[in-house]
Design a protein around this ligand. Sequence first.
Ligand SMILES: *Cc1c(COP(=O)(O)O)cnc(C)c1O
Length: 383
Amino acid sequence: MMKKPVYLDYAATTPVDPAVAEEMMNYLTPDGVFGNPASRTHSYGWQAEASVESARRQVADLIHADPREIVWTSGATESDNLAIKGVAALHESPHIVTSTIEHKAVVDTCAWLETRGVQVAWLRPDADGRVSPQQVVDALQENTVLVSLMLANNELGCVTDIATIGRHLRERGVLLHVDAAQAAGKMPVDVHALNVDLLSLSAHKVYGPKGVGALYVRRAPEVRIEAQMHGGGHERGMRSGTLPTHQIVGMGKAFELAGHHLEEESRRLENLRERFLAGLSHLDGVHFNGSREHRVPGIVNLSFEGVEAESMMLGLRHLAVSSGSACASASMEASYVLRGIGVSNELAHRALRFSLGRFTTEADVDFACQQIIEVVGRLRSLR
Ligand SMILES: *Cc1c(COP(=O)(O)O)cnc(C)c1O
């Protein structure tokens, strides 16, 4: 049997932590808590509701929110859509500020709104991948209703100064939405310290199951959004649909674990990242993409002079890594994120993202370095 490749694509998704999977099993079968959390007439429903509410607190705790500020969704894509369309829908000819290197869930939502007459300002980040507070302030107009920027970038791992941006926006009464799918569980996230109004979360980037996420919606002063999914009026009218108890319980457990392990796990991943970079330090013509200083520990984006990412990936068949974003690699276009921070077209085509996580070992990192050095050497010698 062929050995499985070493998984270095934690930014794409994480495996479910075994403790999370074990917990989820108790919410499916006849002997488990399978009831509809919205059933008010019997104990099956009450138990399910209690489990959902306990998970709501676990998720809220990680970001220092009130449980009543958590709206369950199917993932960060839906949370981004709900936040942005939900605010835009409440205004006539609104103006939204975002950046060119947001996740597609934000970029495509804003681009779609543009076709519907919404004005969008597309900010260009600096070479580190960060948008500055001044840029945001300068982009504001009379009719600006929302700014949407991510906390940690999924391709680069760089972290934007959301707290300062949030402070300026709070003073001016403009709402701030933040996609924190890559930040939650990887760095401290405090909705008050960040001055955010809306914040998107996903379970499967934090060792929880795929297909569940949440949107933080600030209560005081109250942030209003228009529902995008209509039905039974669940989630205080903001998102209808029967709650998937097992998924939600899984997300709750995953976020609780993330909170417990945050410091120790960050330190461990930082050490692994430094070991990885040190292991590659003898290789020349390697460019580090994105801020070295402001970043989450697990993501490393590197361009290798003289070798196409596609050839690299063929050569690195014992490693599971990604080139550009998932969507960009399918269309063979250079990553819009790398192009967006001013990386040349050539180096953008030579970039790979390595992302480390909870189950990555020193041996994995050493193996990866050895494979990369070998493959880069071989491909360069063919030129
Ligand atoms: C993964 C990711 C998303 C999408 O989340 P899903 O839960 O898969 O819909 C959105 N934003 C960022 C930054 C991500 O990394």
